[in-house]
Design a protein around this ligand. Structure first.
Ligand SMILES: [Zn+2]
Length: 248
């Protein structure tokens, strides 16, 4: 098959514009950038390499496991993404440009599921009002993600940075209220952005109510503090490791 469709419904706006344009047309770049960001986090969590395409990126044949599918200078992306909006559904069309391995479709499918169940997509995902989606149809569902298959696939070459890594994420979808969110980001001050560094917590509302929170630590020490704090606060949260743990 040459082409796969993923239909999504956006629960909140998808930011796909840039500074000079209003959010009227859906743009592939915003979606693909965000999709890649989650894909990299997943790849790192699975033990593969993933560079930072905005900074320390790969070039040419010796590239990381994320560039293998998404491309870099001298190595073309294996698929093209077309984004169409029909009524209130957004259609993502993934069109094969070169040979794509089943495991790569499987990884993309997993990435989309993580985004829909736990995360957010598009530009400005750090802002509360953007990026919540629901998957309506996923043609990539048929591609499973097996451990053995994955082990063979990950080459662990190229440039790699350590973060974000899905195994150092926490996700909250239940019992979320404004106080918990505030306490969490006050107590875990490292999640707040600093000069030249983006914040690492993401808070989402839906219909004006707290809906979802996710954050990531950059090292084990931070991660343990995060888990310790959330455990004490009694909030139900899910660890990134548990999400990967679903792999067979
Ligand atoms: Zn790379």
């Amino acid at each position: 098959m040459k082409e796969f469709t993923v239909k999504i419904k956006s629960l909140t706006s998808l930011w796909t514009g840039d500074a000079d344009r209003k959010n009227t047309t859906l743009r592939e770049t915003g979606i693909i950038g965000s999709l890649r960001w989650w894909y990299e986090a997943l790849i790192r969590g699975l033990g593969g390499t993933a560079c930072d395409p905005t900074d320390t990126k790969c070039e040419g044949k010796n590239h990381c496991d994320a560039c293998e599918l998404f491309g870099c200078t001298g190595w073309a992306r294996k698929f093209r993404l077309e984004v169409k909006k029909i009524n209130n559904e957004t259609i993502l069309q993934l069109i094969k440009l070169r040979e794509v391995e089943d495991v790569e479709w499987g990884l993309l499918s997993k990435t989309l599921k993580i985004i829909a169940s736990w995360g957010a997509i598009g530009g400005k995902i750090a802002e509360f009002k953007y990026g919540l989606i629901k998957i309506v149809q996923n043609d990539l569902e048929r591609f499973s993600l097996g451990k053995a298959q994955l082990k063979k696939y990950l080459k662990k070459q190229g440039t790699s940075v350590e973060n974000p890594n899905i195994t150092r994420f926490v996700f909250i979808n239940k019992d979320l209220n404004y106080e918990t969110t505030k306490k969490t980001k006050d107590e875990l001050h490292f999640l707040k952005g600093q000069l030249g560094k983006a914040k690492r917590y993401f808070y989402k509302t839906f219909n004006g109510k707290p809906y979802r929170f996710f954050a990531y630590a950059e090292n084990d020490n931070e991660y343990n503090r995060m888990i310790g704090f959330l455990s004490k606060s009694g909030v139900q949260f899910v660890k990134g490791k548990e999400i990967i743990g679903e792999l067979k």
